[in-house]
Design a protein around this ligand. Structure first.
Ligand code: DHB
Ligand code: MG
Length: 220
């Protein structure tokens, strides 16, 4: 039996990405541009990017909202999935990140489907027109409850919500944590459990990003 270590998780994740995702020059170029610009390497894993792409297609989502563009990696995955006439609105707090993302998204051939809004989520979200079919929340974890509230308001019954980073190396069980990211994540999860607007679950993940997880919710 292979010992369950971060190294083994990474190897298995790379194997799955090799078999199921394969080479993707546009996405690899987006990651290279992101690294070159000095952004943190916190984009979703390839298998998770493809999961987002499949969730958009499985749900038939045509209008997608992303909170946290970073270098546009997950944006490209989802923009490919909305099809011709589909739309991704993505919010990025850092103008420099947004500029790099814009170039990568355009180079990937999906620029006409992607609208990047620069600003903090809490400022940009109230300016958006609703009707989103899928919302991906992957920004500052401290604001997860604010983002979930807006996801419900800008969505509709049937809207799919995905929240990244709900495992945080298992630290989510620590009710006394001082880590504001963990506190924000826990608050978001509690909201998903208690707020009658949502029906939700979460799955832990291990892989190239260590031990983490994603929550998936439906707006009911
Ligand atoms: C962090 C944020 C992310 O979105 C992620 O996927 C991993 C880590 C972070 O801020 O620590
Ligand atoms: Mg993330």
């Amino acid at each position: 039996m292979v010992e369950s270590t971060p190294r083994a998780w990474r190897a298995a994740d790379e194997y799955l990405a090799d078999v199921l995702v394969g080479d993707d020059p546009a996405l690899e170029a987006a990651l290279a541009a992101q690294r070159e610009a000095g952004m943190p390497e916190i984009e979703v894993a390839p298998v998770a990017g493809k999961l987002l792409n499949l969730l958009v297609r499985i749900s038939g989502a045509r209008r997608v909202l992303e909170i946290g563009t970073l270098g546009g990696y997950s944006t490209i995955w989802m923009a490919r999935a909305v099809g011709d006439g589909g739309r991704v609105v993505t919010i990025e707090a850092e103008a420099g990140n947004a500029a790099i993302a814009r170039e990568s998204i355009d180079a990937a051939g999906v620029g006409d489907r992607v609208d990047i809004r620069i600003g903090r989520g809490a400022d940009v979200l109230p300016t958006l027109v609703g009707g989103f079919d899928l919302v991906f929340i992957d920004a500052d974890k401290e604001s997860n409850t604010v983002y979930l509230d807006w996801a419900a308001r800008l969505g509709h019954p049937g809207t799919v919500i995905v929240v990244d980073n709900v495992g945080r190396d298992g630290e989510i069980v620590d009710e006394n944590t001082k880590d504001t990211k963990v506190i924000g994540t826990r608050d978001g999860l509690r909201m998903l459990g208690e707020d009658p607007r949502f029906d939700a679950t979460a799955l832990q993940t291990v892989g190239i990003k260590g031990w983490d997880g994603m929550a998936i919710a439906l707006v009911v």
